[in-house]
Write a protein that binds this ligand. Sequence first.
Ligand code: GP9
Ligand code: MN
Length: 424
Amino acid sequence: DSNDITEVINYTKSNYAEPNPKYFGVAEGKNVIYLHLESLQNFIINYQLNGEEVTPFLNSLTKDPNTLYFDNFYHQTAQGKTSDAEFMLENSLFGLPQGSAFITKGQNTFQAAPAILKDKGYTSAVFHGNGGSFWNRNEIYKSFGYDRFFDAEYYDTSSKDDMAEYGLLDKPFFDQSMDLLKTLPQPFYTKFITVGNHYPYKIDQDLTTIGKGATGDASVDNYFQTARYADEAIEKFFTDLKESGLYENSIIVMYGDHYGISENHNKAMSEVMGKEIDAFESAKLQRVPFFIHMPGMEGGVNHTYGGQVDILPTLLHLLGVDSQKYVQFGTDVLSKEHNEVVAFRNGDFVSPTIYSIDEKLYNATTGLPLDEGQVELADHLKKEVDYKLQLSDKVVNGDLLRFYTPVEFTPVDPSQYNYNKETI
Ligand code: GP9
Ligand code: MN
């Protein structure tokens, strides 16, 4: 009810982190291009398999002067996997502790990125080479205010060689997406959801350019090949964006959506990482790559702790849109006031000083049990994390954004949208 939404607004106001003046508005009016990188974990970045880089293109971006690369960035997904990542990305709300908010909360009121940016003159679109109803996307995107959803219907999926288990392989996907992208009025806000690097990472050997791993655990061993394939597909897409002229007017943001190698594979991962994967190392494996790339922007490797719930306020500030009036649970990772305590959906958290995993506390630097002197601080952080998750759940379960419309925000009318190819 209205008391609940007042509590939420009070919280999000106090949680707000002021934009960093150095970055605020540097991408004002630019096209936004999100690349949703399926199952890409951060350990693969700059990893060498038998002396060979697995993801040479992404690695080159970690050294690129126009790219911000975050190497302490965590996925915060739960059972909703891909859909949880998208949910956080579009709303800066947490996914639910069970199930997928995409599926159960598709009719909620949202103040999501596409709607926020529509008020700034943006057209929005999602590109995905799988059927539109997967994760209930074709419904919830309407509630987010997405103008267009190019699902498998819009792609040529007739060649078996082009298909992965969950839709078009990344190379034909990006290739075919270019022509669709060129039809959009600018500025646009877009998201490209890849599927090639999806469990169990099977790929036609004719398409591979690197060998498999040698752990004997098939999904771990195959992962190197599908990650390489994704890297090549992304590089090609960058090239095509440059050729089309869109590149110069765009900001490209890339994120890994969730882990690809589960804890069941810790034995093989110990071999890959050259160290035992205990609970502490397992938490660190939840890091996913996060890149922000824009011609002319000052880049660098950034060690700030952050997570997927932080992406939206970060992007809005880059675009010169203040996030203050929106109900968002993350904070701008580029802000000096950014909150570096990264909450996981089960109440665990990581931070630059303390890890709280499965009721155990660790020194973030050494991985050893936390000093007695810091336990009180850890308890305090844990309470903050629990409160934040609980408030976010209140918003989502209670559909509380019904009761709050930010000033100068145009509410979304889902019935205005239709993604059906035939009827457009
Ligand atoms: C399917 C794709 C996969 O369309 O996005 O979702 P996931 O299985 O990774 O949650
Ligand atoms: Mn996924």
